[in-house]
Design a protein around this ligand. Structure first.
Ligand code: ZN
Ligand code: ZN
Length: 249
């Protein structure tokens, strides 16, 4: 072990003694050196999406719904294809996975950025391939809500991903015009609220129109917000559009 690494190890040990790291989910002491705010017993409870899933909307699918040799597409997407070419969600929106999203949303959770990057690096290596050579566009929140909250959680997620994928760049080209949150609205109310909620802040030609764009959000539920983001970007001339969320459900 090099001298600098030894010093770092001793320094981290002393820091842990003075300010013990606590898990944001269960409040127990964080074990190991990889994570700052998540303990190993909570991490193993995250339900990663690993089986068959719709290649468009990420909905988990049963074996009987999948035809071999074809990209799996769910009934809903066949009936009404989304405005994006593919999507990826990392874990199910339940238990610890859901608690991480709620912490990101409501607890000023910039401190989770490093842990999310480490989680994806260790458990969801497909993310690297999915976002390679892409522009990562966080789903925006309205300026007033951003000031009130102090941050936008989708920016934290996008920067966590860019931390582990050198060829991906975070770019802020969508703006929200609507102050009303989607969170507590019913499905039909969401569709109405979302209409023309966003605008694209760049002019055609500012970046190549065939750029691979991955829109980043915390959770994919109805997909209406992400679909509308893509519709606005299509209007600005972009067509290579994809979607990535941490959670699904
Ligand atoms: Zn824990
Ligand atoms: Zn689908």
């Amino acid at each position: 072990m090099k001298f600098f690494e030894k010093v770092k190890k001793v320094f981290n040990f002393l820091l842990d003694c003075l300010f013990p790291r606590c898990c944001i989910i269960c409040n127990k002491k964080v074990d190991g050196a990889d994570y700052y705010n998540l303990c190993s017993s909570c991490i193993v409870k995250i339900q990663w999406i690993t089986g068959n899933k719709c290649s468009l909307c990420s909905r988990p699918m049963g074996d009987t719904e999948v035809t071999s040799g074809e990209k799996p597409i769910c009934i809903e997407c066949k009936a009404s294809p989304p405005n994006f070419k593919s999507s990826m969600s990392c874990w199910l929106h339940t238990g610890v996975g859901r608690d991480i999203i709620l912490t990101l949303k409501y607890r000023n959770a910039d401190f989770l950025k490093n842990d999310i990057a480490t989680l994806l690096k260790n458990y969801c290596s497909e993310v690297r391939e999915f976002v390679a050579n892409s522009l990562l566009v966080p789903v925006p929140i309205h300026y007033f809500r951003r000031v009130k909250r102090g941050y936008n959680q989708t920016e934290i997620i996008a920067h966590a991903i860019a931390k582990i994928v050198d060829s991906a760049t975070v770019i802020d080209i969508l703006k929200s015009k609507n102050k009303k949150s989607q969170t507590k609205l019913k499905y039909n109310e969401r569709l109405l609220n979302i209409k023309d909620m966003f605008e694209c802040s760049i002019n055609s030609g500012d970046i190549p129109q065939d750029s691979k764009i991955v829109i980043v959000d915390d959770v994919l539920t109805t997909g209406s917000t992400l679909n509308e983001c893509c519709r606005i970007l299509q209007g600005a001339g972009f067509s290579n559009l994809h979607v990535l969320t941490l959670s699904y459900g």
